[in-house]
Ligand binder design. Structure first.
Ligand SMILES: C[S@@+](CC[C@H](N)C(=O)[O-])C[C@H]1O[C@@H](n2cnc3c(N)ncnc32)[C@H](O)[C@@H]1O
Length: 283
């Protein structure tokens, strides 16, 4: 069966609201993602995107991934395009998360009170976005200690502007850099970090990018350093499900991947930051 025939069958299933067939589509979709066949998976998502899932009873996995929510930009296969596109249609803080005005305070309390982040520690904010969540950390740390990186140049421009407009942040001289493959040692050469943080970033990454991030970060973390990262957990899938809009991971796979790249992984679970928190330590 070629891709077009398959897509036509899916379209017919949708027309007739054949729920059993849709369940098969769901299984097939998850398999495609797991096998790395993102292009075909995106085509299926495209076919499904204008259907109102709640009325039609389309399987949950497709609802969760926003595939059927009309209006959500489709994953284009390129992280920068996706986040830039969202930033074009939403204010930057909304493009990078939900509207939770107090979220950055909770995040600050978690990092400082619970994780014991010290003012003189070198801090790497992976996928820093607009600084929606870490703006108080910029002001808290000593001058030059905050380093933020992101794949979206538009979000980085917003982060820089936010700093320029705020004297308390500006005097801390945070550094920002763009990269699309987590090449930390290249974008911030000669630095070893005490503390790395990724809020709501692994929740949007494919497995190969998680690997890149862990391998590259392992090269620049101090032996006693820590890496806190949030994920969405789903141990019912083999590896992961979802796409750039949202990804869920099997933590057994994540633990093995961490160990292969030189990290231990502790599942902290729910925290005041929201999402499911993981703590990686170099081994
Ligand atoms: C949901 S937002 C969270 C932003 C920020 N951490 C926060 O909590 O406000 C996800 C961020 O990850 C960034 N991102 C996604 N894929 C990335 C990649 N491969 N490399 C670096 N940053 C990435 C996006 O551009 C975006 O800023």
């Amino acid at each position: 069966m070629n891709d077009q025939t398959l897509l036509n069958i899916i379209a017919a299933a949708l027309e007739g609201r054949h729920i059993d067939l849709l369940k098969e589509v769901e299984k097939f979709y998850v398999e495609l993602r797991e096998n790395g066949e993102h292009e075909l998976a995106c085509l299926i998502a495209e076919k499904l995107k204008n259907i109102n899932c709640k009325q039609t009873g389309i399987p949950e996995v497709l609802i969760h991934e926003g595939i059927t929510d009309a209006g959500m930009p489709l994953h284009s296969g390129n992280y920068a395009d996706y986040w830039d596109q969202l930033t074009d249609i939403l204010p930057p803080d909304e493009a990078t998360g939900q509207k939770q005005p107090e979220m950055h305070i909770k995040q600050f309390e978690f990092l400082v009170n619970e994780c014991k982040l010290k003012t003189d520690e070198l801090f790497l904010d992976i996928g820093c976005g607009s600084l929606r969540g870490t703006r108080l950390i910029v002001s808290y740390l000593n001058r030059g200690c905050f380093h933020g990186m992101d794949v979206s140049k538009k979000l980085l421009a917003y982060a820089r502007q936010r700093v320029a407009e705020n004297p308390e942040m500006a005097e801390k001289e945070p550094k920002f850099a763009h990269d699309d493959r987590f090449r930390f040692s290249k974008i911030f050469p000669g630095i070893a970090y005490n503390f790395a943080f990724a809020k709501s970033v692994m929740t949007h990454l494919f497995p190969e990018s998680i690997w890149d991030c862990l391998v590259q970060l392992r090269r620049v973390i101090k032996p006693e350093g820590v890496f806190y990262s949030t994920i969405f957990k789903d141990n019912k899938v083999n590896v992961y499900r979802g796409d750039t809009r949202k990804t869920w991971y099997n933590t057994e796979w994540l633990k093995e991947t961490a160990e292969l790249s030189g990290w231990s992984l502790d599942e902290i679970g729910e925290t005041r930051v929201g999402q499911y928190m993981c703590l990686f330590r170099p081994i």
